[in-house]
Design a protein. Structure first.
Length: 483
């Protein structure tokens, strides 16, 4: 979406600026306004291209946020959330706003919601940050790593994608890369500009703030994962030290550099008057939309017995259950396995997305938790309407597109969009679904024709391929190199 970048009016916007995208039905909308917050590497209109029209169609005033820095500092993004809420309140006169936040965006929302205890989040934020003003009614956390994330340290092969600071879409866990091996230490590539630590140009400041050790065993320690266990320098990447081709300060150093925010947030606790809902994904099957990557994974499909791997994962307590069409999609490279160290949505562990410590720390509670058999980004898209579109695409395609029908079945069963709309309802009738089945069918047809959001008012995915999928690709490359 090139207009997103140009809407800021500069190629280097301040982190204090943001775009507030306005629902097309704002003029006739009523009820509690809704603010939609995207995750890392994302923007409001793209992330909420399905949910925003659904809310707009339901007659709610709907707004979506785009941060100036999609991987920005969480405290600065919490300030932006506060500013966006104030802007919505000024436009609508509403005393409170409902918030839906995805992935890393949910951490920023939670930090603002916990800022009544701002000193517990850090002395600088306590002194300078906006303290919570009581302006959030409901908060829906969709795939938000409330218990943290350790993807780049866990799947060390991801660091190969971050060797060039100008093209990296996520930070490498390595601070130095030795292309000829760490024995030739004088031939080194400095990665300090784009790694997790705050030295260098610090291109991904917000990523270290969502780090936390996760309890699942590291892939490199589980040889039964086969090619997925082929993680370069996996132990030293996580714990720190010299590996064969790298130096890593280790995840603990990065957590400390980020102020151990996940644990601070869990201790501080969000305001207990906020009604909190948690949406947790349970499928690691991620759609691979990159044609070049599809071609590479198609070749690699011959190296992995996906059906056997799925059985092994289930034998080890990890609930991965692709059907025949999805197995073919994996072999063809059109689907990719994301995080498979434990139950996850392909990006965030279910234990992390369902972590409620920050919600209960000050006496609050989770009003409702919904575990859906869909992946990280699908949490924002799954609905019967989207399912019908996937069925139509499967019917129009060839045999290699049968996985679209399987994805559609997951969307139809999960209907996470419908669950979110229901969670945000202003009254009991709306919460129970509102309207007859025919009414909802007519609304779905209208939704397919109606635009979602107007351009911004003047001015998550961390990007790239899935973690374990890239591990597979890079592991295979290493094996070929050694033969």
């Amino acid at each position: 979406m090139p207009w997103i970048a140009t809407s800021f009016g500069t190629a280097r916007p301040s982190s204090s600026t943001f775009l507030l995208h306005v629902g097309l039905g704002e003029g006739s909308a009523s009820g509690t306004p809704v603010l939609l917050i995207p995750g890392a590497g994302d923007n409001g209109p793209r992330a909420y291209s399905t949910l925003a029209p659904a809310l707009d169609l339901a007659g709610r005033p709907v707004y979506a946020l785009t941060f100036a820095h999609p991987h920005g500092d969480v405290f600065l993004q919490a300030e932006v959330v506060a500013d966006a809420l104030a802007a919505i309140e000024a436009r609508t006169g509403a005393p409170q706003v409902d918030v839906v936040a995805h992935s890393k965006g949910g951490i920023a929302a939670a930090v603002y919601a916990a800022s009544g205890e701002a000193d517990a989040l850090g002395s600088r934020y306590g002194a300078h940050g906006t303290h919570y003003r009581g302006d959030i009614r409901k908060l829906v956390l969709a795939g938000v790593p409330m218990g943290g994330i350790d993807t780049s340290y866990r799947w060390s092969g991801l660091s190969f994608t971050g060797l060039d600071a100008d093209t990296a879409v996520s930070p490498p866990a390595w601070s130095t890369y030795y292309p000829s091996g760490s024995g030739a230490w004088w031939l080194a590539v400095d990665l300090s500009d784009q790694d997790f630590l705050s030295d260098g140009r610090d291109l991904f400041p917000g990523q270290r703030q969502v780090l936390a050790r996760q309890p699942a065993p590291l892939p490199g320690s589980r040889p039964w994962l086969g090619l997925y266990a082929a993680q370069q320098d996996w132990y030293t990447t996580y714990e720190g030290g010299f590996g064969f081709v790298s130096w890593s300060d280790g995840i603990d150093a990065a957590i400390a550099d980020g102020g151990d925010l996940v644990e601070r947030l869990a201790s501080a606790g969000i305001d207990p008057d906020i009604e909190v809902y948690q949406l947790v994904g349970r499928s690691p099957l991620l759609v691979n939309g990159d044609e070049a990557m599809i071609a590479q994974f198609d070749v690699l499909g011959a190296l992995v017995d996906y059906d056997g791997l799925a059985h092994d994962l289930r034998d080890h307590g990890i609930d991965v259950h692709p059907d025949a069409a999805e197995l073919q999609g994996l072999e063809d490279g059109k689907l990719v396995l994301g995080e498979i160290s434990a139950d996850s949505d392909g990006v965030v562990f279910a234990t992390s997305a369902g972590d409620d410590r920050a919600i209960t720390a000050r006496g609050g509670r989770v009003v409702e938790r919904y575990d859906a058999d869909i992946a990280h980004l699908d949490l924002l898209y799954a609905s019967p309407l989207a399912a019908q579109q996937l069925y139509a695409a499967a019917d129009a395609g060839g045999p290699g597109d049968a996985w679209l029908r399987s994805l559609g079945a997951r969307y139809e069963q999960a209907d996470s969009v419908g669950w979110i709309v229901g969670a945000l309802a202003d009254d009991t009738a709306e919460r129970s679904g509102g309207g007859s089945g025919d009414d909802r069918d007519d609304a779905a047809r209208d939704l397919g024709e109606k635009g979602a959001l107007a351009p911004g008012l003047g001015g998550c995915d961390t990007g790239g391929a899935p973690a374990s999928g890239l591990a597979l690709l890079l592991g295979a490359a290493l094996l070929r190199r050694r033969r």
